[in-house]
Design a protein around this ligand. Structure first.
Ligand SMILES: Nc1nc2c(ncn2[C@@H]2O[C@H](COP(=O)(O)OP(=O)(O)OP(=O)(O)O)[C@@H](O)[C@H]2O)c(=O)[nH]1
Ligand SMILES: [Mg+2]
Length: 192
């Protein structure tokens, strides 16, 4: 008992100095232009910068709370989407990025989301949907997006027990304004 208390206290102190963190694998997917690379580097450097479209998987280690995430940005163009499955099957957590201002491509995003949710259902991998670009006037808010994505139906086969957290959650975010994404990631790493 005393030993466990001391070990926990030691872990808390080490975490404070960044010396002890739990490691998990995070996969960032979503259509091209959704903001995946922007998220990865915002998490790494705290800044937004511009990128050429991602051609191959890129990994950065980032820390959220006291969890160290090996975060993989897989790229979203059709040609690289073939890689998603193998990475998703090895994921501890997934971020599915959506450009909330792009109505024209929402159907395409929905179909990729549905595939990701069903692929990871057995493993129960938590999925954070980030409805990005909320700084844009055309951005759809969460209520509309949940309806258009048909989120209730996509996840209907796995309704959580009453009071339990759902496995798939949508958060509004803007990487440019710096809003929402950290709340979403904090929820994601709180899921075991
Ligand atoms: N207005 C606005 N633009 C954003 C936001 N986040 C990212 N962008 C812009 O969206 C564009 C695409 O961002 P990327 O991060 O390169 O997108 P990606 O998902 O990595 O795209 P691929 O590598 O092609 O799959 C860039 O011009 C970003 O600056 C945001 O929160 N608001
Ligand atoms: Mg990219």
């Amino acid at each position: 008992m005393l030993f466990a208390l001391l070990a926990n206290a030691l872990r808390a102190v080490l975490a404070l100095f960044g010396l002890h963190t739990e490691q998990r694998t995070l996969i960032i997917v979503g259509l091209d232009n959704a903001g995946k690379s922007t998220l990865l580097y915002k998490l790494r450097d705290g800044q937004v910068r511009s990128f050429v479209p991602t051609q191959r998987p890129v990994m950065e280690e980032v820390v959220v709370g006291n969890v160290t995430l090996k975060a993989w940005d897989l790229g979203g163009h059709e040609a690289v989407r073939t890689l998603w499955t193998q990475y998703e099957l090895a994921a501890d957590a997934i971020v599915f990025m959506i450009d909330a201002a792009d109505r024209a491509r929402l159907k395409e995003a929905r179909s990729e989301l549905e595939r990701t949710v069903s692929l990871t259902a057995d493993a129960g991998v938590p999925i954070l949907i980030l409805a990005n670009k909320q700084d844009r006037q055309a951005a759809m808010r969460s209520a509309e997006l949940e309806k258009l994505l048909d989120l209730a139906n996509i996840t209907c086969a796995e309704s959580p027990l009453e009071g339990a957290s759902p496995r798939v959650r949508l958060f509004e975010a803007s990487l440019v304004s710096g809003t929402g994404f950290m709340e979403g990631l904090t929820w994601l790493v709180s899921q075991k």
